[in-house]
Design a protein around this ligand. Structure first.
Ligand code: NAP
Length: 321
């Protein structure tokens, strides 16, 4: 497949200096975002793990986005966390279990009034990052995009989706949403982002662990509907108990709809386990169980599922935290 290469994005003139999008984590989501922002002519800088990864990136001569069978390469600036240039806007695209440590590495570089956009799945990592950098505005995000790394620095945009962004402390929309518009990133500002994240977490808890335990595609859960419904009922009662009734609304029919609509897909957790990769269990089922314990809510089915999944992961040599 021929690559078309775009030149490095030119630095903005002083009169119209634009804030650089620093992107921490050049994996599937990081590359998907970096390339779309750069394609729109916006200034982007990648922050990769270390000097060895920076060398590998330079050898690859940029990032490649593959969309609809067409691939395009972008020569985007990159650096390591140790650089001391200030950061005003940071998109964090590491996995949930890496986010806090990765942000700690660049925390001293954040300018006063810096903004962080946290793309992690589940809950718990966002709050940990927010505690680490109380001086910054932390914007949480929930995305339905689908992307995977074909190889290092090359990403396939597999499913066009939408992203909800919000800040549970300040309801005013972020001032840069027009840059997402300009980049063709379908988005919406949400004044109830925690409800959205809880809803997604509940869907995830009802579907993903069971697909791992039964080693099936999402559609395979139609054979286990009693178990799925028991989990959904418990999740709904728990969410209502914790003041997230809106996130629990009609959970059972929504889970049934998702199972049918994605019947042929393997869940992200199933894919992680099948490929021997660490899962984000602690930020999904683990987070729900910890929250239930804190709220003194007797979530017997969730706890039992967490134990079964943890045992299953340990048997395969994968971390259960
Ligand atoms: P990924 O492909 O594994 O990418 C994570 C990246 O973070 C890797 O490139 C990794 O570097 C980098 N990283 C880790 N620690 C770092 C550090 N200390 N400094 C710099 N970089 C560091 O993961 P992903 O699929 O993009 O997922 C990111 C988050 O988005 C997850 O929470 C996921 O659940 C969520 N999400 C993903 C999708 C999707 O379709 N992919 C959809 C919705 C939500 P190395 O390359 O050096 O390992």
């Amino acid at each position: 497949m021929p690559d078309s290469t775009l030149p490095p994005t030119s630095p903005p003139t002083t009169a119209q200096a634009q804030t650089t999008w620093h992107i921490l984590g050049a994996g599937s989501m990081g590359i998907l975002w970096a390339t779309r922002l750069a394609r729109a002519g916006l200034p982007v800088t990648l922050i990769v793990r270390n000097a060895a990864r920076l060398r590998a990136y330079k050898e690859a001569q940029g990032l490649t986005l593959i969309e609809g069978g067409h691939s395009q390469r972008f020569d985007i600036a990159a650096q390591t966390p140790e650089m001391n240039a200030p950061i005003q806007r940071l998109l964090v695209t590491c996995k949930a279990y890496d986010a806090e440590r990765a942000v700690a590495q660049i925390a001293a570089r954040l300018s006063p009034g810096a903004e962080l956009i946290l793309l992690q799945n589940g809950l718990g990592s966002q709050q940990a990052v927010a505690r680490l950098v109380p001086q910054a505005r932390c914007i949480f995000a929930s995305s339905t995009e689908g992307a995977f790394r074909e190889s290092d620095w090359r990403v396939v945009h597999a499913g066009h989706g939408h992203i909800w962004l919000g800040d549970s402390h300040q309801h005013a929309p972020a001032p840069w949403l027009k840059e997402l518009q300009q980049s063709g990133i379908s988005h919406e500002w949400s004044t109830s982002i925690l409800t959205r994240l809880w809803r997604k977490l509940a869907l995830n808890c009802a579907i993903n662990p069971l697909t791992v335990l039964y080693n099936c595609r999402n559609g395979g859960l139609q054979q286990h509907s009693d178990e799925v419904n028991l989990l959904c009922a418990e999740l709904s009662n728990f969410l209502a108990h914790c003041g997230h009734a809106e996130a629990a609304r009609d959970l059972i029919p929504e889970v049934e709809r998702v199972i049918l609509a994605t019947a042929n897909n393997y869940s992200s957790m199933h894919q992680d386990v099948a490929q021997g990769r660490r899962t984000e269990i602690s930020y999904l089922l683990g987070y729900a169980c910890a929250a239930a314990r804190d709220a003194h809510f007797p979530a017997v089915h969730l706890h039992a599922l967490h134990r079964r999944l943890s045992d299953h992961l340990l048997q395969r040599g994968l971390p259960c935290a």
